[in-house]
Design a protein around this ligand. Sequence first.
Ligand code: KG4
Ligand code: ZN
Length: 310
Amino acid sequence: MILGIETSCDETAAALVTRDGEIRASVVSSQADLHAAYGGVVPEVASRRHLELVNPVIHEALADAGATLDDVEAIAVTTQPGLIGALLVGVSAAKALAWSRRLPLIPVNHLHGHVASLYLKPLDLQPPFTCLLASGGHTMLLDVQTRGGYRVLGTTLDDAAGEAFDKGARLLGLGYPGGKEIDDLAKRGDRTAYDFPVARVPGHDFSFSGLKTALLYAVRGLSPAELEERKADLAASYQHAIVRALVAGRPEAVVGGVAANSELRAALPDAALAPLALCTDNAAMIASAARYVDPLPYPEYLELDARAAA
Ligand code: KG4
Ligand code: ZN
């Protein structure tokens, strides 16, 4: 089995995945509550929490799988992109574990990990396909020809889709992370109540900053009582605009935290959708991607570094 470790943002996660893509254990400890008071992830707070959680989470994954480190043939870890301090906790834990057991280490790009959530059983999706990756940090349309990588066809020119959800939720006075909050509230609203714009951008790129501004102006024009009354309509209309932008490229598959959105899933009935539990950050997707990346043999990886950029 491959032991995957993920600490790029505010989820501390470890998972055990077999070579043929079966999940034996997947433990995700979310720090969302810890950051909610600040309305977003505080990098230093995240690093500290990862440090406290990374070993317990790895132990829990091994226990869930009924396994020990003797059953692990390689350690996979997210090395980029993400919060640098958060990434370093996972990379250090992975190096120490791999080194102590003389195991190979497999560096995984978090975005490749999201795509590889589609390669786990039972979905086991085979390329080629076009893939929408929509998360809190990235929004991209990808051309996936092999399981080992992808080509970027388009990307966001400003905010990521998840960021648009989170910032929109904040404008509406909802909690963090905002995607789920807007998704839930939108179910009680009328998506045609407000005509929010979908940015026209060339090619397969995306843009969400204009939409965010449109919501800001709509909210500003309302009294607190009116806002309370129109909140569900605003959420539904705002979500509808984001979803329209996301489905414009007609993706054949969808991954990332925003792939959990119920309207987005309903709008793409024929697409391969990442299973709900694997949309937001997890380590099963990291171990899955690792199956298609060259391992670094012991002890070459001791030099390995984390990188904030993609
Ligand atoms: O993939 P992810 O867990 O982390 C990153 O790699 O960024 O994505 C987190 C993002 C957050 O912005 C969150 O608001 C959004 O995914 N999200 C959703 C939903 N669930 C999570 N957005 C819309 N609808 C949802 N149901
Ligand atoms: Zn992610």
